[in-house]
Design a protein around this ligand. Sequence first.
Ligand SMILES: *Cc1c(COP(=O)(O)O)cnc(C)c1O
Length: 672
Amino acid sequence: MEGCVTQQQLLAEFLSLVKVDAFEERYSGDIGDATYFGLPLSSIVEAERRLISPKDKCLAYFSMEYGLATSFYNKFTSARPIDPKNKSQEQEIFSNCRLADYYFSLNLRSLVDLPIYSGGLGVLAGDTVKTMADYKLPVVAIGILWNTGYFRQKFWFKYGQMPERMTWDLTSYPGLIPLKNKVKISLRNEDLYLRLWKYYVYSYKHDAVVPLVLLDANVEENNEKIRHLTDQLYRSDDVWIKIMQRVILGMGGVAALRELGYNVNLFHLNEGHAVFAFVEKARGLQRAEVDALKKHFVYTCHTPVEAGHDRFSPEDLSRVVRKEDFEICETFGKDKGSINLTLLSMNIASRINAVALNHGKVMQLQFPRYKEQIQHVTNGVHPHTWMSDRFKGVFEKYAADLGDIKANPMALTKVDGLRDKADFRREVWQAHQQNKIDLCNLLEKWKFSPDIFTICWARRVAMYKRPSMILQDVKKLISLAKKIGPIQIIFAGKAHPSDNLGFTFINDMLDKVDGLVDAYDYLKIMMPENYEISLARILTSSVDVWLNNPLPPFEASGTSGMKAILNGVVQISTLDGWVVEAADKGIGKIFGYVNPEGVVGDERDLHMVDDAKQLYAALEEMVKLYYETNNKGQIDFSSKWLDYMINCLIAGANFNTYRMLDQYKKNIWGIV
Ligand SMILES: *Cc1c(COP(=O)(O)O)cnc(C)c1O
């Protein structure tokens, strides 16, 4: 009966379902009779109806961060010009071409990505929610509106990374709307108020949405200290702030679902960050009822690294939450002298999962009591977000062989049937080469060339990821580039502002790059500051090799390499995370330390020297093969290099969020 609803009725229904604050003053120019910031309003109305319907059983997905790639994927339009505060800023570059660094910077000239993420966990949550929309699942996502984002990274030579406060304008960000709804959470010594905001995550066809509800403590009812709690993501210099941020996500999230009248049957907690959702639901229940609540909770653990597990002292926690709430935390989360949010999560969830096969094994070693319960669902990436238009174009051209890759990325397995077709091999190379030419145009002032071997390391700077490994032995790198062929290296990533070891890596790299000024003719190294999703999309689709060298087994999954394989970018990687499941697929070169079966090992024992040696050997082989394939622009399309590229594309059939969601539906959520 859709056709009977007039457009005015649609807007009226939207406004009755969604209580937009300051609609007339601020949003009526962008939310009209049929459209919401340029996309169909009907998709929103349908989703909102479903979430409040008593018939549908909905899923609430909780995450501390969301990386939605709003700068380039499903872009909203607005009648108002973009506020300068919401535009991406110029990024300085630190390279061994100092003159170019002095005169020029990088400017992507785009909308800044909604700044409510820090890295891989957020991007995964964003990719997951987008896929839920593609699948038209009845889902609401819960997060926090970080008023000053994560942080902006500046490089200061001789000082390393300087974090700067990030500012943006919430009220004019396209697609983001404040609601009139507020919720209250009652803590031991005070009440805390949260305003609710919404951002709608559309499906790629724009025919469905998942609402993302964002919690904001910056309201006048709160005192000054509390108003700042939702300023900065992962602020960790103060334990009270750390606890409060988690309380806001969990308790505030459940209060928000109640306020909005959503009929939620299943709560999906990502990390222990969100576990206060259970505490909120369990308040006032009898023990038997509390136990019965568990079947409504599932928990995904995203890291085997110690720093990823929150532990609070009973004193700190009991100072924040009410006595009855603390008792629930203690009952389910007591771990020697502290309250451990990871244990708490495992004890209150009916399903527990790790994020890759190997991570599942490691988790079983770390938590032997839960061995039987721990499953794994290997992560994936959202193909519509991360596959470049040029590769989408190639696959569309071969639709007769492959079917509709957009609707079914698992059909990338059929690319195997095309590998011997000369035209296909040429088109794969050309799609990649065009992407690489775009990159080189962007880096024109640094004289990057599309016919030079280019390798990239870009992700969060954390110790176990061993960011500086490729610069471990600079002399070796120079001799390799001189002997075999020139090399271009791009490095990018932020270190958490309180991670001193991360700082050390960046400092060390800046120093080394500075010492390579004379090598610029054959070894170009550049470090753009402030790595973000918009740059990730460019780099993962345009370099020749994606470098991934974490210390096994501490990379739970890793996803940046998955973005790269969707664009035929060859891998050089250690055997860790998702790569363990792809190592026999011919996606590139695997090297380095392998942790013995049944042993987790020590994340501080980095194996840098040995692994760097192996990395240079792998690099030597790959640079050689690259220049045999691309001989000054003369391409040998029969080269093994193209087989690597094609194998990567085929592997993309598995490492995407469609396969991932199918498994969550079946094995974790129990909805087929
Ligand atoms: C994908 C992505 C990551 C995750 O990279 P890993 O290699 O999985 O650690 C981090 N940051 C950004 C901006 C990303 O897009």
